[in-house]
Ligand binder design. Sequence first.
Ligand code: BTN
Length: 269
Amino acid sequence: MKESEILPTKYADMPDQIVAGEGLWKGRLLKFDRLKSTNEWAMEHLDFCRNGDVVWAVRQTTGRGRLSRSWLAPDDRGLTLSVVMTGLKQDETVPVLGQIAALAVRDTLEEYSIYGRLKWPNDVLVNGRKIAGILAEVDFDRNSVVLGIGVNVNMSEDDMESARLARSATSMLIEGGRAFDIDSVRECFISELERAVEYVVLDGTSHVADVWARYDWLAGCMVEIRGTMGTARGKYAGLDGRGRLRVIDGQGRERVFWAGDVEKIVLGR
Ligand code: BTN
């Protein structure tokens, strides 16, 4: 690891190491040995952060999940990082960033011969179990987005069982049958994310729904969506160009959702 920029004094709340050239677009990697939450730190230190900084915690102790849930990453066995993006136009790019990050995780897993599917809004699943989650938080005043990514890398079935996640979560170790080097997974993810974000900057977001559809875990299913703005049951109709979930309800009406939780309906139950 290049250690070109190391903070001279150890400040309580500052990174243990700043590595130049390993962040997004060869920006900074702000490395912490231990942190409560990379998203929390980034949101609280946006004045310190630059566009493309990657806040990485080797050990994250109180990770935040979507919808006020938590994110568990025992010791150093998960990849937990947040990417800071500033100066984005308040346009359609912002809402789909989480989906772009999920696509970048899926592409990263494929590099290791693990084949993930995507579940709206931005989960990555393997064999129906969650392997990665994304939490995008926005500071509108500072025109900044913090994109938090958690990937289960080297957790074992025992780890999942102790966290009571044995049925719902999996890891690269479980799926790939071997341990993975977290540094290489991180580097691979950062270059996949760079590629995906650049594509959107050049080409807009309209292609995202089409790419998503190729790997969509919900394709062709009946679903129940509990959105932040209400609930619906019906036929899943994929994403629209702004990253919203579309459902055709029992009356044949299309309903769209910005946020929430969606599950497949198992017919006959
Ligand atoms: C979810 O699926 O609920 C989203 C999980 C997001 C977890 C990541 S881990 C790195 C970053 N820091 C956090 O506190 N959360 C995100």
